[in-house]
Design a protein around this ligand. Structure first.
Ligand code: FES
Length: 508
């Protein structure tokens, strides 16, 4: 029982969808049918894809964007939509790994990207407002982390200060405050960019899954399931590139986070807040209809680890009800993002040979600024405008000192997961699954992923991920099959929800 008398399990009565797509209509675009030619083909309809498409179209280029599902249906439509240069504990680590230029470059790039969002949002009704961002400590050792981060951030020229006045209804050990940060409604913002892109002559095709990009000496060819795009350059903006040629699947690591919104009695924070250490919660207030809701994100874990259970929502709800007078929970959803080996996004040409194919990934859950930065840097590369930050974020960079330890650790775990998936599959039979149950079973020596839906219908597909062959794991919180190796996600019928896989799980 909580302050308001609500019990955390009430959170399961909340709408199981992102607040950002609740009540926002956008026209459905037709799939691509046949072949087209353009200057630039963009794959992916999230913040990176839509922003780079608009910037390139406004440079006078012919641009075609394809999206495998609907625009802004992926991580960009599931974010907390904090447009900040405060990215958890980033600047002290960069100072150590890259020297003073590290935090200075990262900070300047993210501050500029925040302001770029403000410029682009001009004329779009997207609840944009300026707010301070706080990184708060709840224990004394965390306070030390925050102080070190504050020194590094101030040294990088950021609007950072230490404060003991933190606008949350629980005790803290102070916080690092960044002034003049921004928050907005990401779906309305990006739908506005999409409309502006189309007015500038750009074309969008939804329900169009890209499956490969071929290159010759002058052009690229984006293969999709329904046709092909012949383009001078290609931007792959698919959260994690579905192309393996840059090996970003082995250099960025997926995690899943959960979000709830709640109607509360009393004051909400007039700031964006993030805990410095676990249990890591990200908090803000969100305009919704004629009121404001509390939004809390947290409970992050490695994607496909088997830790995705409905209890994640209950723990978030318990945190909310412990500290606010919750009347009701309104929404719950989850989101996935990738973190690079060294904590810096990968942005630019996919590798040293493929200079016509550009990628962006590894935003570490700070995609509003990082995705906008990616769009700016890639636009500069395509139109031939040099950017002094490009080398720092280059997608083909190698920094063995900064990246080596994490690369070895994470890929060692991927190897273990691959082997574990090969030898582990449950005994039992699909017929034994109760409605709502799922399991990876052995069927004649083959691993199958079986789920019986609430209506009693069994859905049985191969349990072998079509990317590189790891065994998928059940996500009981979202009713999906998730791959622990590189984060591909599949619907119960095997359809691809998120890559790098581009091929559905085979039906069985
Ligand atoms: Fe790479 Fe599944 S996502 S093996």
């Amino acid at each position: 029982m909580t302050r308001s008398g609500a019990v955390p399990a009430d959170v399961h009565r909340a709408r199981h969808r992102s607040l950002w797509s609740d009540g926002v209509e956008q026209p459905e675009r037709e799939p691509l049918r046949g072949d087209l030619s353009c200057d630039v083909a963009v794959v992916g309809g999230g913040i990176t894809g839509l922003t780079v498409a608009l910037l390139l179209a406004e440079e006078g280029l012919s641009v075609v964007l394809v999206e495998q599902h609907r625009l802004v249906a992926g991580t960009s439509g599931r974010t907390t939509a904090k447009v900040t240069s405060q990215h958890h504990l980033t600047y002290a680590r960069l100072l150590l790994s890259r020297g003073p230029q590290g935090p200075a470059t990262y900070g300047a790039a993210m501050e500029a990207s925040k302001e770029r969002v403000v410029e682009l949002a001009d004329g779009i009704d997207c609840d944009l407002r300026r707010r301070p961002a706080y990184l708060y400590a709840t224990r004394t050792p965390e306070r030390l982390l925050v102080e070190v981060e504050a020194r590094a951030a101030r040294g990088a020229g950021l609007p950072a200060s230490l404060t003991d006045d933190v606008p949350v209804p629980f005790a803290t050990k102070g916080a690092l405050r960044f002034d003049d940060q921004v928050e907005l409604h990401p779906v309305r913002y990006l739908v506005g960019l999409a409309e502006r892109f189309e007015r500038a002559g750009g074309r969008i095709f939804e329900h169009t899954r890209a499956t490969d990009v071929e290159e010759d000496s002058t052009h690229c060819r984006v293969r999709t399931e329904q046709g092909a795009l012949r383009a001078g350059q290609v931007v792959v903006a698919t959260l994690l590139p579905f192309l393996d040629r840059g090996a970003h699947f082995a250099r960025a690591y997926p995690s899943t986070s959960y979000v709830v919104t709640a109607r509360v009695r009393g004051d909400l924070p007039d700031a964006m807040l993030h805990a410095a250490a676990p249990p890591t919660h990200s908090i803000r207030a969100v305009p919704f209809g004629d009121t404001e809701l509390l939004m809390v994100l947290g409970e992050s874990h490695h994607t496909g680890s088997g830790k995705a259970t409905p209890a994640r929502y209950e723990r978030l709800a318990a945190f909310a009800t412990d500290h606010w007078d919750v009347v009701s929970f309104e929404h719950r959803w989850s989101a996935q993002d990738f973190t690079s080996d060294d904590g810096v996004p990968y942005i630019g040409a996919v590798n040293w040979r493929s200079r016509r194919v550009h990628v962006a990934t590894g935003y570490k859950k700070w995609g509003m600024t990082a995705g906008t930065l990616a769009a700016t840097l890639i636009t500069g590369a395509i139109v031939g405008r040099a950017n002094p930050w490009a080398r720092f974020f280059a997608a083909d960079r190698l920094h063995p000192l900064a990246e080596g330890v994490r690369f070895a650790t994470e890929n060692g775990k991927v190897g273990l997961r691959f082997v574990a998936g090969r030898i582990a599959s449950g005994r039992g039979d699909v017929a034994d699954l109760a409605p709502g149950e799922a399991a990876v079973l052995s069927d004649g020596g083959e691993r199958v992923a079986a789920y019986r839906d609430p209506a009693g219908v069994a859905h049985v597909v191969s349990a072998t991920c079509t990317h590189l062959g790891c065994a998928v794991a059940w996500n009981a919180a979202e009713t999906t099959w998730d791959c622990p190796c590189h984060g591909s996600r599949f619907a119960p019928d095997g359809d691809v929800l998120e890559g790098p896989a581009t091929v559905p799980l085979a039906p069985r």
